[in-house]
Design a protein around this ligand. Sequence first.
Ligand code: GLA
Length: 378
Amino acid sequence: MATLESAFQELFGHRAQVLAEAPGRVNLIGEHIDYSEGFVLPFAIADRSYAAIARNNDGLVRIASQQRKNRIFTIDIKDVKPGSAGEWEKYVLGVIWTLEISSGVDILVDGHVPSGAGLSSSAALECSVAVGLNALFSLDKSLEDLARATQKAENDYVGMPCGIMDQSVSLMGREGSALLLDCRDLTTESVPFDVASQGLELLIIDTQAHHALVDGGYAERRASCEAVAAKFSIPSMRNLTMEVLDSRRSEITEVEYIRARHAVTEIARVKDAVAALKASDFTTLGRLINESHISLRDDYTVSCPELDAAVDASLATGALGSRMVGGGFGGSAIALIKADQIDAVKEAIKKSYSEKGFKAPRFFTSLPSAGASARLLH
Ligand code: GLA
């Protein structure tokens, strides 16, 4: 962090007043149900995004990144509203906008969550800036407030209709635990996730694939669930059961039916996964992870050949469970494996990718880590 502080001073000619950080995430189970008011079970990873921030007296917002050193994006604070200029800077501007900051600020960010890997580098960026501004301006916002504000930034400023999972876990994650999050009211429960003591490891496989469907495909899935809720006059998929869905099948389209089936069954799988984790039953957890992937692949159709190949190769090499994580159409998969099989699983995935002519995958592991934090300086 000392280097970010000195880089800030060199770049802006004055000292940073707050240093903040926020992690990326993986999701054990509960995919594409946060916007349907479901339950999710993600954990914060060790990789994080950092932000150094200070007020300025110029009425300007200046944003720079350690990853793109030759650019300082500058905008009048009065012009910070949806539709403004900005590329990746919109994630930062959106947070300034939703937190209704009216003073000029200088912000230098340093992102260490691999981008494009489905590990929520954008939520990490948003949340690092949010906790930093919250501390700097004594906004006194709760973590739930900040989760809603950062989601709004992404929905209304960046234009991505994401749910609230990524921002919530980046803010509320706890070391050693997965976060059971009820996306209806943002209540949480820490569920210890200690794979190492069981001789297990959670391997994260970045497929390095990024398919064009990402944006439109996500919005289309969300719209299908909302259409079913509207036709059935219920608030969300959370209020649906398989019995009701089957009995009213003729009222919705076939695509809507399979999208809703994913949502209903996935919410049930999260509850079962929590029970399995509490009982240290990793065999059942693995089975639920596999069922989640099949549902995402066949009913929600958000997987892709690279994700399926990673899952298939992991399972063929003895993984207890494996599935795609995040929005899909690329990004990462996870595999719950015996720790001593990690090299064999990696080799099997690499071999499968090279045979299929896919770009080589990248591998990560991470223990569940703490959520965002900020430290005032001087
Ligand atoms: C993306 C979104 C999240 C969530 C996942 C799918 O990561 O940002 O809100 O919907 O996809 O579970």
